[in-house]
Design a protein around this ligand. Sequence first.
Ligand code: NAD
Length: 454
Amino acid sequence: MSNKNFISDLIAKQRFFFGEGKTLTLQSRKKRLETLSHSIRQHEREILEALASDLGKSPEEALLTEIREVRKEIEFTLKHLSSWMKSRSVPTPLTLFGSKSRIQPQPLGTVLIIAPWNYPFNLSLMPLIPALAAGNTVILKPSEMAPATSAILAKIISDAFLPEEVALVEGGVPETTELLSHAFDHIFFTGGEAVGRIVMEAASRHLTPVTLELGGKSPALVAADAHVELAAKRIVWGKFMNAGQTCVAPDYVLVEEGILPRFIKALKKYLAAFYGDYPAQSPFYGRIINERHFDRLVGLLENQNVLVGGNHERKERFLAPTVLGNVSAESPVMQEEIFGPILPLVSVSDMESAIRFVQNRPRPLALYVFSEDRIFCEKVLRETTSGGACVNDTLVHLSSHHLPFGGVGPSGMGAYHGKEGFRTFSHYKSIVQTRTGLDLPLRYPPYPRWFRNL
Ligand code: NAD
């Protein structure tokens, strides 16, 4: 069967399965989540091996950022699903006297999830969980750039589900292009802005709603009154995890010039503490996904003032944790999302200039502000727009089930995690239920003349 026929056939089978109502009950939704959880447990060792092979991820980091997050999301969803599925009664206006009104969540149907390579396990399954919880059938397309993880995901899914419930389609641009030519009930895409545009354009042809989880340059602002040691420690942690290939990693730091020397000293201290004097030998330091990205990143180092790191080894796809000083806002490293282990420091004379700097650039996925002054932090949060934010920390907003995760403007649209994911994959149907015993004649024509004076 050709790819085109294979995919049309798969979608038709999923639509039929959905139409039979097999995904609707609480029991069937819970069962599917439990089956997924079981299949993940069965394959845990292979998942760790795959993540090490694709990204040089240590088992500790893989457990922390990929597997545990998914497990926690399944547990949280199982705990709350019955309450999320309930319909909610709302008041009924007097004009609908005799009726009752409610809002009933309903699955969307057959949905497509497209995932990136940087957290290839997490970002494939985190959207799958709410899609299943909401009662949809799903086609999942992981990233071809993390082939080992894509292969183990295929195994996990085929062990757990019939293809008409959840199917995994492996492949890159041609396969995704083919998938995108079909009509889905929702497309959930995680990836870069350029492909986000392609997805949205393709979806518009079928008027398919989209969630776009994109990226961008997420700034960290470090004020003179910040707890400098902790700011440096948490920025190093958030930036160099997964070798900087994290959508919400602090992309660059706007730091008040008075504390710059102290801040640089603290950055060096924590880089050495986390990864040692030879990060290439550290079991906790990852690798760049492929040569193309490696070359792009090394290119960004040209004509820069390298304060730490900068050394690299193409064969190993190793680029040392790198800090750049005195970076000009016009340099190439400040134009696009870095998505690698390079941290530019941009010094500012005061924090007002830092706020203007952020305001004058595309709205980022995350923003991190470090200061001991609560009023100033509130001002930053109020005067800047970003998908999410942390005060005196990095990344951690991602790990709360109670916080929706998503971008704004060019960093994305829509959100998920916890109940927000269930909402994303559900339609909230408005229902008015009227009794037949009462039928007010006034709404039917011919209307009396005094209606005009109402
Ligand atoms: P990408 O946009 O290159 O690829 C994402 C997916 O799209 C992959 O599955 C890929 O196969 C597919 N794809 C690639 N080119 C395509 C094309 N021309 N037509 C159709 N499909 C295509 O992104 P990536 O490089 O995998 O990931 C990096 C980007 O993702 C960064 O910008 C990062 O910030 C962003 N990201 C965002 C989040 C988030 O949650 N907001 C999370 C991780 C990564």
